[in-house]
Write a protein that binds this ligand. Structure first.
Ligand SMILES: Cc1ncc(COP(=O)(O)O)c(C=O)c1O
Length: 411
C-alpha cells in the first residue's frame, strides 16, 4: 500500500484521537464494516432459505453480539459459556447452535436445558446422548469429510487426522445408533477449516455433505460451516463469496426440488464478518537498531494479538502518525519476554518513538485470544457506531488481574 493510502480514521473517527481518549494498546472496531459483511453474505445466498450463524469465538463482545442479532444473524457457539453469552445478549435458544468438540456430557446436558440446537461430533457422545435423551432432543451431526482445507494446519479441521467430526465412513454405524435410540437428526454440519483459499475445496466438502444428506430423511438443516477467507495483504486471494453463493444456490435448489419442506442452509462465519472491522492500535516505546535489524518496539505483544506468533499470520501494519514519512524497514515487536514479533521486515513510514501504529484486520481472534501473559492487562475495546466511539470493554486493572487469586501468607 502506498504512503498516501494509509487511513488514519475508522468510521470517521481519527485513530490518534481514539488513542488519546482511551489510551493504548486499544482494539477499535467499525460496526459498519460488520454490517457490510453480513449484508454481502445474505445477498450471496439470497436465492436460498439460509441462516448466518455468527461464530462468536472470533469476537464475543456482548455489544457486538447484540449488533449481530439486530442485523439478522444467529450464533454459532463452541462452549457453554458462549451459549450463555449469546442468551445474555438476547439471542433466543432457537437462534443458537452449540458445536463443541471434546466437551463432557454435563456440558451437553446444560445445552439441552437451555434448549439450543446441538451438534454432536463423535460416536461415543452420540451413544451417550441416545441413552440419556432418546428421541427427545433433535440433533445436528458434525461430519468429517476427510478433505484438506484451511490456511494453516492448526485451523484445518476436516482432514483424516483431525479430531473433529464423525468420519464420513462411519455413517452406517451412526444410522444404527440413531435407529436403536429413536433419535432425530435434523441437521448435518461440516467445517473443514479456516482461511480456505480454494472455493473448489469448499464446494467439494459441500457436495459430500449433500450426498450424506440423502441418508437422513428428517433433515431440516445443512450447516456448511465457514472458512471464508479475507484479505490480509492487498494481493491476497479471498473466497469469492458471490461465486460460491451462485454455485451453492444452484446445487441446493436441485437438492430441494421435490421436497415438501426445503432444507435450510446454514453458515458459521467468524473471520469474514468481523476481521476487517478491527484494528489494534499500539504506541511505539522504542526504536532500537541492532547489528542487523531496526526494531520498532511497541506497548503490546503476543498477549494481546497472538495470530502472528501462533499461525505466522500476516497483519498489515501502518504508521498512522507519520503517513508522509520516508519508508524504512522495521521489524515490529512487542514487549513480551520471548520472541514476540508482529511483523518482520516491514516497510513503514519512518517510525519515531511515540508514533501510533495500526495493526489491521485485527477484529477476529484478536482480543478473543488475548491473555494476561507477563501479568499484563488486556486492552479495552471500542466500537465506532454511527460515527461515535463506544467503549464496549474497559481496560483491565490490577484489581481484575488478581480478582480470582486467593493469596495466602505461607509460613
Ligand atoms: C465449528 C466452527 N465454525 C465456524 C468457525 C469460524 O471460522 P472462520 O472464523 O474462519 O469463519 C470455526 C473456527 O474455528 C469453527 O471451529
Amino acid at each position: 500500500m502506498g504512503k498516501a493510502e494509509v487511513s488514519t480514521q475508522i468510521g470517521g473517527v481519527q485513530l490518534e484521537e481514539l488513542a488519546v481518549m482511551f489510551g493504548t494498546p486499544l482494539y477499535v472496531y467499525d460496526s459498519s464494516l460488520m454490517a457490510r459483511q453480513v449484508a454481502r453474505l445474505k445477498a450471496a445466498f439470497s436465492g436460498l432459505t439460509h441462516r448466518i450463524m455468527y461464530a462468536c469465538k472470533a469476537l464475543p463482545n456482548l455489544t457486538v453480539l447484540r449488533l449481530m442479532r439486530r442485523i439478522g444473524t444467529g450464533l454459532d457457539t463452541v462452549s457453554i459459556e458462549e451459549v450463555e453469552l449469546g442468551l445474555k445478549a438476547g439471542f433466543t435458544a432457537d437462534e443458537i447452535l452449540f458445536t463443541p468438540n471434546m466437551v463432557g456430557f454435563a456440558e451437553f446436558q446444560r445445552a439441552v436445558e437451555y434448549g439450543v440446537h446441538i451438534t454432536i461430533d463423535s460416536i461415543p457422545m452420540l451413544e451417550l446422548f441416545g441413552q440419556a435423551f432418546g428421541g427427545k432432543v433433535p440433533l445436528f451431526l458434525r461430519v468429517n469429510p476427510h478433505i484438506m482445507a484451511g490456511g494453516n494446519e492448526r485451523i484445518s479441521t476436516g482432514h483424516i487426522d483431525s479430531k473433529f467430526g464423525i468420519s464420513i465412513h462411519q455413517l452406517r454405524h451412526v444410522e444404527r445408533i440413531v435407529a436403536t435410540h429413536g433419535m432425530h437428526i435434523h441437521g448435518l454440519h461440516m467445517h473443514t477449516g479456516s482461511d480456505i483459499l480454494d472455493a473448489e475445496v469448499f464446494l467439494q466438502g459441500a457436495e459430500l455433505l449433500i450426498d450424506t444428506a440423502e441418508r437422513f430423511p428428517e433433515l431440516r438443516y445443512l450447516d456448511l460451516g465457514s472458512g471464508f477467507k479475507v484479505a490480509y495483504k492487498e494481493e491476497d486471494i479471498t473466497t469469492d463469496i458471490e461465486e460460491l453463493g451462485r454455485r451453492i444456490t444452484e446445487r441446493m435448489v436441485k437438492f430441494n426440488t421435490g421436497r415438501s419442506t426445503p432444507v435450510e442452509v446454514w453458515f458459521e462465519p467468524g473471520k469474514f464478518l468481523v476481521s476487517e472491522s478491527g484494528t489494534l492500535l499500539v504506541r511505539v516505546n522504542l526504536v532500537k537498531q541492532t547489528t542487523a535489524t531496526v526494531f520498532a518496539g511497541v506497548d503490546s505483544g503476543l498477549n494481546h494479538m497472538i495470530r502472528p506468533m501462533m499461525y505466522g499470520a500476516y497483519h498489515q501494519i501502518d504508521n498512522v502518525s507519520n503517513t508522509g514519512g520516508n519508508t524504512r524497514i522495521y521489524t515490529v515487536v512487542g514487549n513480551i519476554c520471548e520472541t514476540d514479533t508482529f511483523g518482520w521486515d516491514r516497510k513503514l513510514a519512518e517510525v519515531r518513538e511515540g508514533d501510533l501504529l495500526a495493526l489491521r484486520n485485527a477484529g477476529a481472534y484478536g482480543h478473543s485470544m488475548a491473555s494476561n501473559y507477563n501479568s499484563r492487562l488486556r486492552p479495552p475495546e471500542i466500537l465506532v457506531h454511527n460515527g461515535k466511539p463506544l467503549l464496549i470493554r474497559r481496560r483491565e486493572t490490577l484489581v481484575d488481574l488478581i480478582a480470582t487469586q486467593v493469596a495466602h501468607e505461607l509460613e
